[in-house]
Design a binder for this molecule. Structure first.
Ligand code: MLT
Ligand code: ZN
Length: 461
């Protein structure tokens, strides 16, 4: 792309903040995947919808690719700019625009952090219930672009359930006002839902109206140690039947080893292969006694080997840290991430098959399992042995991901549960979506983005 194109952008939008320093290109050109070398052309930080539209029109005229960018905490490379793209960072469009007490909605700009959304909702006595460990750094725009899940899906569903309206700038620069906060709207295709999870390939989000809800009753957090996967599934069925679950998350002894080495506190003595952190409604003493009775039932059945019930908020936070600190504790080991889902009922059979596959294919590699087992969503992280070169490691992991994708296909699962396809999993899209579906998806992309300027190379090969 010619330097004149960038000069043209500045002359069309004189107030637009543009960054071209190497440090900025590096900072904004990558996400948490760390696999690609950032090489964007420049970083644009628009402050208004008009500036976003101006950038998109300019990109069409000059045939420049745009990478929409939020908190860059993504784990699938959806926000990576490694090929001379213009990064369109929404970091400056990060305000709360309004709260509607009757509709119980919060309207925000896409660059606002998830945690700031939580705070704003609580100020009105309500909650925005989607939650996960990256809450302080990720942006709501990125959450919506990937239909983010997290730790409370078992109670509240994915991001998709909580989006009442979206304003998007389509690939031709046109502003779309989708669904406008309506609860009922049976007027044809729901383009708002199409945008959710589209990973910046159909439009650039400039505003979102979020549904809020009542805070749950006081909750209780428990850590459980379990002897095997069958017991874990039995405990899940028992707890789900008898308690009102807000979260049911699992991790293995290997994950525990890493998170403890990273500063988390041990809460159960002894070694067990599986652990669960669960949170459930416990409004009063009676509810707490009921929870204890359920725990004891699990112990009697020998499904639970040991457990701890948090006695304070600080202890609850410490138990959650054992689960939420895992990603950070693995980061120095350059993990290759798989984020897969199967129907909950298919979890045990799928898990056994995959464990056998991994033991056969990765005898020397450390594999860390954790995730949202109550939603059928498992995170399988493979850690890079220090002796192996980065490229050899990735090649081996890609080979195993291919086998994993074949297994998933047989079980009717998905190669991406909540992280998105991005660059990391685009070669495996066919394991989850049929050829006919992918052809339709490409057709949709061409309608919304005729010149292919929006996040090209992401989602599809
Ligand atoms: C999590 O569940 O902790 C996140 O999806 C992050 C990860 O998979 O590393
Ligand atoms: Zn997750």
């Amino acid at each position: 792309m010619s330097p004149q194109a960038l000069a043209d952008l500045s002359s069309r939008l004189p107030d637009l903040r543009l960054l071209t320093e190497p440090g900025d290109l590096e900072h904004y050109g990558r996400d948490w995947t760390r696999r690609w070398t950032p090489a964007p052309l420049a970083i644009a930080l628009p402050a208004s919808i008009e500036e976003v539209q101006g950038i998109v029109r300019w990109a069409n005229d000059h045939k420049v690719a745009i990478v929409p960018s939020g908190g860059r905490t993504g784990l699938s490379g959806g926000a990576v700019a490694a090929n001379g793209e213009l990064v369109l960072s929404l970091a400056r469009m990060n305000r709360v625009l309004g709260f509607d007490a009757v509709d119980r909605t919060l309207t925000v700009q896409p660059g606002i952090a998830l945690e700031a959304v939580h705070t704003a909702a609580r100020e009105h006595g309500l909650i925005y219930p989607v939650d996960f460990a990256a809450r302080g750094s990720c942006s709501i725009g990125g959450n919506i672009a990937t239909n983010a899940g997290g730790i409370r899906v078992i109670r509240y569903g994915n991001t998709r359930e909580w989006i009442a309206g979206l304003k998007m700038v389509a690939g031709n620069g046109e502003l779309l006002d989708l669904n406008r906060g309506l609860i009922k709207n049976s007027s044809g295709y729901d383009l708002r839902q199409l945008m959710i999870g589209s990973e910046g390939t159909l439009g650039i989000m400039v505003e979102a109206t979020l549904r809020l809800t009542d805070p749950p009753p006081t909750s209780q957090v428990m850590l459980l140690a379990l002897p095997d996967m069958e017991a874990l599934m039995q405990v899940f069925a028992l707890f789900r039947a008898k308690l009102s679950l807000q979260a049911f998350e699992f991790f293995t002894d290997v994950a525990l080893k890493h998170v403890l080495a990273h500063g988390a506190q041990r809460a159960i003595d002894g070694d067990y292969p599986y652990y669960v952190v669960t949170e459930f409604d416990a409004a009063d003493e009676r509810a707490q006694e009921a929870a204890l009775a359920v725990f004891e039932q699990g112990m009697e059945q020998e499904w639970i080997a040991d457990g701890v019930m948090a006695q304070s908020e600080a202890q609850a936070a410490a138990l959650w840290r054992l689960r939420e600190g895992i990603t950070e504790s693995l980061a120095p080991h350059k993990p290759y991430k798989n984020d897969i889902s199967v129907r909950i009922g298919a979890v045990p059979a799928f898990l056994h098959e995959i464990q056998a596959l991994l033991a056969r294919e990765y005898p020397q590699m450390e594999v860390v399992w954790f995730g949202h087992i109550g939603d059928g969503n498992l995170h399988i992280n493979v850690l890079k042995p220090t002796v192996l070169a980065d490229t050899d490691f990735i090649a081996q992991c890609e080979h195993v991901t291919k086998l994993l994708a074949e297994t998933l296909q047989r079980h009717g699962g998905s190669i991406s549960a909540e992280h998105g396809i991005g660059l990391v999993k685009r070669a495996y899209l066919e394991s989850t979506r049929s050829a006919a579906e992918i052809a339709l998806m490409r057709g949709v992309k061409a309608v919304f983005d005729p010149n292919g300027i929006l996040n090209p190379g992401k989602l599809f090969v």
